[in-house]
Design a protein around this ligand. Sequence first.
Ligand code: SIN
Length: 280
Amino acid sequence: MNLSIEPSGAICGANLRGIDLSAPLSSEATAAIRAAWLKHRVVAFPDQVMDDDALERFTVAMGGFGEDPFFDPIPGRRHIAAILREATEQTPLFAENWHSDWSFLDTPPAGTCLLSIEIPPVGGDTLFADQIAAFAALPEERKDFLRGLKAIHSARGAYAPDGAYGTKDQGRTMAIRPSEAALATQTHPLVQIHPETGEEGLFSCAGYIVGIEGMADTDAIALLVDLLAWQGREEFTYRHQWQTGMLVLWDNRSVLHKATGGYEGHRRELHRTTIAAWQG
Ligand code: SIN
């Protein structure tokens, strides 16, 4: 194995080279990739020749498949969804707000894999915000206050029938399947200890967090909006630029992410899997 790790120079993110993901990974390579992922939070593998079998194999090696509600998988696969936007599409951009994938589930996915299939010549970067760093930079008094809060998560704003991707969202080519199941709520501590690294960080954000347990809605929303501005501050972010033949793996327990536009008139397609919660 000849793995080289090039940190992005930003708060998180690294390129990993010298490993061929079209072939099964050795246990040594798997361990080295997982270690780099936990340290850099977002790792990109440029210049890969991967098909969907290779994407599935990589996902299994990193921890197995997570649950993916509200998406239909691509034909012939149970666990791969297409993040897709046609060149002529006019719908609002998918996932343009900070989020941690499926944080409203009982056991949210540890990570997400995104494999580029077709990348526009301009725009379409993905932004990441390091929530371990964002929490660490808060004043101690604020940290103590936040440590005591339980956040109420829900997919309703996005995937309920009247949500952003619900019945009024016409003309989208991505296979999003809104449903009443999005109205469910799930509580998670607002500040979490990363199960694998022991680091403390903010988990998820306004968008999928719809309230704070025991707090009036107006106060909770004000707190979440204020916190969101902090969570996405430039010093905590890394801007990822895509190339074709690139796999990116990120850690949903330590970063938020969001899509960006700027590629009007061009097609963009990536294949996505999620990695199951870590079992220890
Ligand atoms: C996602 O949130 O899964 C998609 C990110 C992107 O399209 O850049």
